[in-house]
Design a protein around this ligand. Structure first.
Ligand SMILES: [Zn+2]
Length: 170
């Protein structure tokens, strides 16, 4: 049985354009403040798209999500509704893509893009064959991807601990 994936609430601005609900925004901001060891860290306003165009784009590239600056495109099937019919996103995927938003900010848009693609190409050269496996490995070994996976895993753990503590207190 698959473990229940923890999720974060988002608010809808337009049918396909969403942003984090205030509580989710605060939670992620508090996490990254600790994770980056920067008490002045502010999480920027980030927009999430999960419309038809995003579905085509994510299928084409073969990813669950992709980030351009402060815009995150999430494969539509990952948007679910909670019991109050409010949209929510997987917490790990959201934290992963937000880590990319922060990388864009840190490196600058063009530099991030250039570095990301040249790391991918360099990784791909290590393989003799260009097939699905080598492309997947080359993608997974991009340093920006390793960093984003690490942040997402830490966020899931951090949230579990914090929510656990709160339950004990309550
Ligand atoms: Zn990624």
């Amino acid at each position: 049985m698959e473990a229940v994936r923890s999720r974060l609430r988002v608010l809808t601005d337009a049918p396909t354009k969403m942003k984090l609900a205030a509580a989710s925004h605060q939670k992620l901001e508090a996490f990254f403040r600790e994770y980056l060891d920067d008490e002045n860290f502010r999480l920027p306003v980030i927009y999430f798209y999960a419309g038809r165009f995003t579905g085509i784009l994510t299928d084409l590239i073969g990813v669950h999500g992709i980030t351009f600056g402060k815009r995150i495109f999430i494969k539509p099937r990952f948007v679910s509704l909670d019991k109050n019919n409010l949209p929510q996103l997987p917490a790990d995927l959201t934290a992963h893509e937000i880590a990319h938003v922060l990388q864009y900010e840190r490196e600058g848009f063009i530099k991030f893009f250039y570095k990301y693609l040249s790391d991918y190409r360099r990784n791909l050269r290590k393989f003799e064959k260009r097939d699905v496996y080598s492309r997947q490995q080359a993608y997974l070994e991009i340093p920006f991807e390793i960093e984003a996976r690490c942040a997402a895993a830490q966020f899931v753990e951090w949230r579990k601990l914090r929510d656990g503590v709160r339950r004990d207190e309550g």
